[in-house]
Design a protein around this ligand. Sequence first.
Ligand code: SF4
Length: 393
Amino acid sequence: MAIFSESKLSTYENCPYQYKLKYIEKVEAEIPTTIEAFLGDLVHKTMEKLYKDLQYQKLTSKKELLSFFNTLWEKEYSDDILIVKTEYQPENYRKMGEKFISDYYDKYYPFDEITVIGIETQDTLLLPDGNYWAIRIDKLGFDKDNNYYVCDYKTTGSFMDQQLADADRQLAMYSIWVRDRFRDAKKILLKWHLLAFNKEIISERTDQQLSALQQQVMAKIKEIQQATQNNEFPTRVSKFCDYCLYQKICPSFSHLVELQSKPMHEYKEDDGLKLAEEYLSVIKSLKEFEKRKEKLENALVEFAKQKGIDTVYANTGSVSIKEVEKIKLPENKEQLIKLLKEKGLYEEFYQLNYSRLNSFYFQKKLPIEIESLLKVEKGFSLRAKKRGLQEEE
Ligand code: SF4
């Protein structure tokens, strides 16, 4: 049985391939960390010092605390830390850290709103499936009414609203551990210190919600274990890739990284680059041809209608025109896609292949719910034939 954690699960959900590199192969990335993670780590260490000192009856001054943060920054910062938002300098991030600490200090001084019993706790929760869940709470404490607080410092610039807080998995899982450990707890409150906004947000869960959450977590763990058995860890390209430390060895990005490191003359001669350029230009031409074909079809239909004929002749062949019924896809395709996915048919239609859908519709092979989303309209089918003015069929 293994130890799982919020960061393991969210890494897997964001990108299974990154999960494999980080947690299975334990690949050491060339880039040490991102500036956001570096800042977050240092702010956490500074908060840890503040509360550790308090345990020893030492109320560290704001000046001392900021100096602790800045000394850490100087000691640990290195130029190979990844900065994605290149319009900002490391200095901007350092100042952000100073502001977070300073605002927090002013807001909570003298830090006695709760009795702190745990800082950066390290423990595990035994799950009913035999696996363990890592418990690492930034700050744990209780107030005079025996309400327990599971606190987390957030240094990200994205605001967490109540809906997000109520859906958060990390602190909710921690609260199961608190509930089992501290039987005197009247309430267990999940609290996020949104340091970038000098604000806090609180959420609470019912026992029912927690047992449902535990089931979801175990189902996700099972999925990961299955993927591990089958060695199935596909890449998942998303906005998170910008912050991924493994781009250099990721199949979805390594060619790009390689190209970026080549001198211009080698860059231009890269076989992959040439092939991809050619392929993209073929795709572009095909699309242009498709548009031209559609225009010509409309013009031919008009011509045939005016003349009252069903075949139009050319030197090299002919075009026959037949009136047919065909399906019309709904304007908002989301419901159709959702239904196809639910019925396990999405792949069958190659992610919404029109002609296959059309033929299944008329062969009455579609589930009724999907059929009812599609309308039928009159249209024309054009067929090119070899037989024309100058060629024999
Ligand atoms: S770069 Fe993106 S796709 Fe590749 S491993 Fe990282 S997160 Fe996954």
